[in-house]
Ligand binder design. Structure first.
Ligand code: B12
Length: 473
């Protein structure tokens, strides 16, 4: 094969890690499996494909490296993915520099959580991008490789008038990790389902119904394929889904197949506190489930109602209690996600902490985050006024337009800075350095990364910056 024939898939990096510019955040390897799926489809049609993550690199250095490797320039478009709004500045610098050096190389950008639903905004924010593709893209990725003149015939992109969303793929894409030179350092992901069905007014996926879950047989096949690819069964796949909700029948069948296949792979997933029964949890623990990210959000009934998480907070908290105990009893690490929401006060936070304190022995870790408003939320202005009715206000409304997100003052006596400080305090209360490391090492830190290396980095940081305690120091 000659030069200039690579199809390069770039997952835009982050110029500033969201939770501060800490070396601990820089270690995270966030796999863009949506992009890897598109690349896998492209490669299966005979193209020469490479997938590279920008991570926390300098976008200009990143580009130079691609040049040195001979991947750029190419006669195909560069496929640029924006997994979150925090990637916008990186994508901007990358695309501008690419056009300065290689004006003839087209750039196609996608990433529904950031770009949808406003083409004009995307064009203003990333003026060097030639084409924006909205929504999911499995059905269109190959047509995008055709000449730019034909893009107007591709639905739901900035070159066409027809913005009908793409239909859901018949099959969830299987991922070819070999397209990433550094895949061995990434923990693999396995996509289990798309869509959600909750229709939360602010979400990009609000109109996407929960789609069929990957079958137990396909899940086992993929786990086997991953073990083969990684040359090891000490892989920790993340079972990815916006709403992972296996039925009773699915759980039984998976358990049976996992056992009869003699698998021992441990995996992780995310779920709501009120969607699984205790028996599902013990069955899933018996077939490899080791870590659950629990979207708990709050122990304050008022806050749970305010964020629309439940209409029956008493029942919700009872179920959360059952789930946490089931995790503890079945050896599952529960990582509890807490959201500091509009209207939050010292009192509501105390309610949350009291609730968690009483269940401390069931909790491996807590990740607390303050509310962030994203421009891509559906009808963002009415969402912002809803928040203001609850006493909250944007820290800087202009940033929403420029950066695609804004931090929020949660109430008049609870400014953003206090919320950010509280999130670290809450996390620190329930998580030791070991807990934090265990959870990160399971899914996000490089697979080869050691406790000793972690410990050395942590030693060099001020204690009040850390989201975990240091029992030894
Ligand atoms: C799974 C997930 C992750 C995973 C995997 C991410 C991934 N992209 O694969 C991990 C753990 C790595 C992750 C990390 C983060 N995430 Co996240 N994540 C999600 C989640 C739950 C699902 C994403 C998803 O739908 N994946 C499935 C794939 C198939 O869809 P997709 O990625 O959108 O890809 C399709 C299209 O977008 C399009 N596409 C994508 N790229 C390209 C490129 C081209 C050229 C084309 C043509 C098409 C195209 O085609 C793809 C395939 O159809 C969402 C949403 C949610 N319900 O909460 C949040 C969400 C996307 N994450 C979010 C955030 C903020 C983050 C983090 C900053 C951490 C955090 N949670 O706070 C990091 C940052 C990652 C980064 N590098 O920027 C926000 C983004 C909001 C915003 N507008 O910025 C969301 C919406 C959650 C939220 N509301 O807070 N995340």
């Amino acid at each position: 094969m000659g030069g200039r024939d690579w199809v390069l898939f770039v997952s835009a990096g982050i110029t500033e890690p969201k939770k501060g510019n800490s070396p601990l955040n820089r270690l995270n390897l966030y796999l863009n499996y949506g992009l890897l799926g598109l690349a896998t489809l492209t490669e299966s049609r005979g193209y020469r494909v490479k997938v590279v993550h920008g991570r926390f690199s300098d976008p200009v250095d990143f580009l130079s490296k691609m040049e040195q490797l001979g991947i750029i320039p190419t006669r195909h478009p560069i496929m640029l993915s924006l997994p979150s709004s925090f990637c916008l500045e990186w994508a901007h610098i990358f695309s501008r520099t690419l056009k300065e050096r290689f004006p003839d190389v087209p750039i196609i950008a996608g990433g529904r959580w950031v770009l949808d639903p406003d083409p004009a905004w995307a064009q203003r924010r990333l003026p060097d991008v030639d084409l924006f593709v909205y929504g999911t893209a499995e059905g269109r990725i190959l047509s995008l490789l055709d000449a730019p003149e034909s893009w107007s015939g591709v639905r739901s992109c900035s070159a066409s008038l027809d913005h009908t969303p793409e239909a859901a793929p018949i099959q969830l894409p299987n991922l070819n990790y070999a397209l990433m030179d550094d895949y061995q350092e990434y923990h693999p992901s396995l996509e289990m389902s798309r869509g959600c069905g909750f229709s939360c007014s602010f979400c990009v996926e609000r109109n996407v119904k929960l789609q069929a879950i990957r079958s137990p047989a396909s899940t086992i096949r993929e786990l086997r394929r991953y073990m083969h690819r990684y040359g090891s069964d000490s892989i920790h796949p993340y079972f990815e889904a916006s709403y992972f909700r296996p039925s009773r029948g699915w759980v039984r069948e998976f358990k049976e197949k996992y056992r009869s296949d003699g698998l021992s792979v441990n995996w992780r997933c995310e779920t709501r506190v009120d969607s699984w029964s205790v028996s599902d949890i013990s069955d899933l623990a018996a077939c490899g489930l080791k870590v659950i990210d629990l979207g708990f959000e709050s122990g304050s009934p008022m806050q749970l109602m305010a964020m629309g998480k439940t209409r029956n907070p008493t029942r919700y908290l009872e179920r959360a209690n059952e789930v946490l105990h089931a995790c503890r009893d079945n050896g599952i690490w529960a990582k509890v996600n807490v959201l500091l929401y509009a209207g939050e006060t010292e009192n509501t936070i105390a309610e949350t902490m009291d609730w968690l304190d009483a269940r401390r022995d069931c909790i491996k870790g807590v990740s607390a985050t303050p509310l962030i408003v994203y421009r891509s939320s559906n009808n963002v202005s009415s969402y912002v006024s809803e928040l203001s009715d609850a006493g909250a206000s944007l820290v800087d409304g202009k940033r929403l337009e420029q950066d695609g997100y804004s931090f929020v003052h949660l109430s008049s006596n609870f400014p953003y800075e206090r919320a950010a400080e509280m999130t670290r305090e809450i996390s620190r209360r329930y998580m030791s350095d070991r807990d934090y490391f265990d959870l990160k090492k399971f899914s996000y830190y490089p697979r080869s990364f050691s406790w000793e290396a972690f410990d050395a980095i942590v030693d060099s940081r001020p204690l009040n910056e850390l989201p975990f305690s240091r029992p030894g120091s």
